[in-house]
Design a protein around this ligand. Structure first.
Ligand SMILES: CC(C)(COP(=O)(O)OP(=O)(O)OC[C@H]1O[C@@H](n2cnc3c(N)ncnc32)[C@H](O)[C@@H]1OP(=O)(O)O)[C@@H](O)C(=O)NCCC(=O)NCCS
Length: 153
């Protein structure tokens, strides 16, 4: 039984640990460990819980995934969608994304950056109605895909 709820400060350590495990595959694929999900600190996650829309998926009392959205001028920037190893591929990521979108009815647009090398991620967001906007060369190892979705009234 999965419940999605707003994150509280006591969830921060689990959120960070899951995020680091989940983004390890990306770091390995790109041979680049200097990426924000891996370098973020516990204090930063606690601070984000206070100012952003951070949701956690809790399964049988244990945090299994999380997502973060920051709303500015009607646009919600999505970051750090992470599902713990062993829970991936069972709909949790989809449920977190849907819950974030539903939790911010004032957002006219959702957008995110994802690593081009993670092809499954781009497919995942396309299936959820996101379209590729453009690509940004972040470094010689990382190209980011910007994706967006307009909210249809
Ligand atoms: C991407 C991620 C959030 C998806 O969550 P999930 O719970 O595994 O996804 P769902 O079960 O709702 O949907 C499955 C789809 O997600 C995509 N996907 C991406 N990475 C995946 C993974 N490691 N395992 C399973 N599915 C994955 C696939 O497209 C899959 O569709 P398919 O079955 O047609 O291949 C999750 O796999 C994850 O945490 N990955 C590592 C961190 C990351 O890359 N986050 C996204 C940053 S933009």
């Amino acid at each position: 039984m999965v419940t999605i709820l707003p994150a509280r400060p006591e969830h921060a350590a689990a959120i960070l640990a899951i995020q680091k495990r989940a983004f390890e595959a990306e770091a390995m694929l790109c041979r680049e460990r200097d990426i924000p999900p891996l370098t973020e600190t516990l204090d930063s996650v606690i601070a984000q819980i206070a100012v952003a829309q951070v949701l956690v998926a809790v399964e049988d009392g244990r945090v299994a995934g999380s997502i973060r959205g920051t709303l500015a001028d009607g646009t919600c920037s999505i970051e750090r969608l992470s599902v713990d190893l062993g829970f991936q591929g069972h709909g949790l990521g989809s449920a977190l994304l849907d819950a974030l979108e539903r939790s911010l009815p004032e957002a006219a647009r959702f957008e995110l950056l994802t690593n081009q090398a993670m092809e499954g991620n781009v497919r995942f967001y396309v299936r959820h109605g996101y379209r590729v906007v453009d690509t940004l060369v972040h470094s010689d190892r990382i190209t980011l895909v910007r994706m967006g979705k307009e909210v249809v009234a």
